[in-house]
Design a protein. Structure first.
Length: 419
């Protein structure tokens, strides 16, 4: 029998959960199966998920197809109606061993179950701390500390795929990180859907900064801690203090900014203003001069005028952003933004192209500014690693994989530094 094939669409949290599903499927003894972990962040993401399902089925016609992830959670019947799909599994169900055991009988895929196994995600109260030893490389491990989101941005469908915010208890997180460090990992990344909301549902309502400082205190042998995308307006004092003063917390933040115009931010139902974003970035750079910012920016949100778009474009320089994730606005059925006056698709694509071009210029400036500097680089493979600020570095001789090695930056290519 052929081993299962897994395909991940979308975010790092999905990638993390795919690794958990691999373990669960292995425990259940499943083979000859395709699992597609879908994304729903944009209509294009859903289209790509469907495209991936068709391609994998075409290449492996004998394999049974299981579809899960956010798109499957939000619109299960859409996927159930696809001829290629044998089972649709929800975001909660995909993380439960019983689900995978229920698909299997003596190594064979069961055909007599309900095709759709998707429950109400809003009723889920807890997020389990799945013990994954890391993925992608043996140098960096990802630890899920939170899932879901309590906010309702007008463009976003993700809360309906992930449910309300749930936190993993600090003790569970710390114990997992200790185990990862003992296994040889030199860097841990805290991940989730809205990690700055961590702790709101726990006793005494601790903040993300409390968790970060607790990890750094209780796991002294952890060389590098990194946090994934955050909402800057929700950065608590303990987190800001840790970023400013803890050298083991890496100086790289990916910010959920989305726009640089106050009216658009209001129509998005964001909780920060343009001025808030600029002040946060300025203050943090003063406290940590080597900090590197990434950001999510949406191009062509409904009602966005040329002037409003220019405010988003100027945010790159005003905040000192380096790594941009640009999203051409895509209406998601069921969200308030889908009912707002839409922009021409050609205009949306043109604005996204301008943002990406400005982002490429920002990357070029960043890379140029690194020449002559020394970095501690975490090696992801024999010839490529990442700096503290998450910039890729290429070496001309092999380095020990998973090690942190000193490097003098000599030059750069379009997107990478060269040591």
């Amino acid at each position: 029998m052929k081993p299962p094939i897994f395909s991940t669409q979308g975010c790092r949290l999905n990638a993390y959960e795919t690794e958990a599903m691999k373990d669960l499927a292995a425990q259940a003894g499943l083979n000859n199966m395709i699992v597609v972990n879908t994304c729903a962040v944009t209509a294009e993401a859903v289209r790509k998920s469907k495209q991936e399902i068709r391609k994998l089925h075409r290449d492996n016609p004998e394999a049974q197809v299981v579809v899960t992830g956010c798109a499957a959670q939000i619109e299960p019947e859409t996927f159930a109606q696809m001829d290629e799909v044998d089972r649709v599994v929800g975001n909660t169900e995909k993380m439960q061993l019983d689900t995978w055991q229920g698909l299997n009988q003596n190594g064979m895929f069961l055909g007599d179950q309900e095709k759709v196994q998707v429950d109400d995600i809003m009723s889920v109260q807890e997020t389990a701390g799945h013990l994954i030893d890391g993925f992608g490389t043996r140098s960096r491990a990802y630890v899920q500390v939170q899932n879901g989101c309590d906010h309702r941005c007008t463009f976003c469908i993700i809360p309906y795929g992930r449910g309300n915010s749930r936190s993993v208890a600090a003790g569970v997180v710390v114990d997992q990180i200790k185990r990862l460090v003992n296994s040889g990992f030199n860097e841990v990344v805290l991940t989730g859907v809205d990690i700055t909301s961590w702790g709101a549902d726990l006793p005494r309502q601790p903040k993300l900064g409390d968790l970060v400082q607790r990890i750094l205190k209780l796991v002294p042998d952890l060389p590098r801690l990194r946090i994934s995308s955050i909402d800057s307006i929700e950065a608590d004092p303990a987190l800001i203090d840790a970023i400013a003063s803890e050298h083991r917390l890496m100086p790289h933040l990916h910010l959920s900014l989305q726009a640089g115009d106050n009216m658009i931010l209001k129509r998005m139902k964001r909780r920060h203003s343009r001025e808030d974003a600029i002040k946060f970035c300025t203050d943090m750079r003063k406290a940590r001069p080597d900090i590197v910012y990434g950001a999510d920016i949406i191009a062509g949100f409904p009602t966005e005028t040329d002037e409003m778009f220019e405010n988003s474009l100027k945010l790159i320089d005003d905040c000192g952003l380096t790594w941009l994730h640009v999203f051409p606005f895509s209406p998601r059925t069921g969200t308030p933004a889908a009912r707002m006056p839409q922009l021409d698709r050609g205009e949306i694509k043109a604005r996204a192209a301008r943002l990406r071009s400005a982002g490429a210029d920002a990357v070029s400036r960043h890379l140029q500014g690194q020449i002559g500097l020394k970095h501690q680089v975490l090696m992801e493979n024999a010839r490529m690693g990442r700096t503290e600020g998450f910039t890729e570095v290429i070496f001309d001789v092999d380095q020990p994989k998973g090690a942190i090695v000193p490097a003098l930056i000599k030059s750069h290519s379009e997107k990478q530094l060269i040591a």
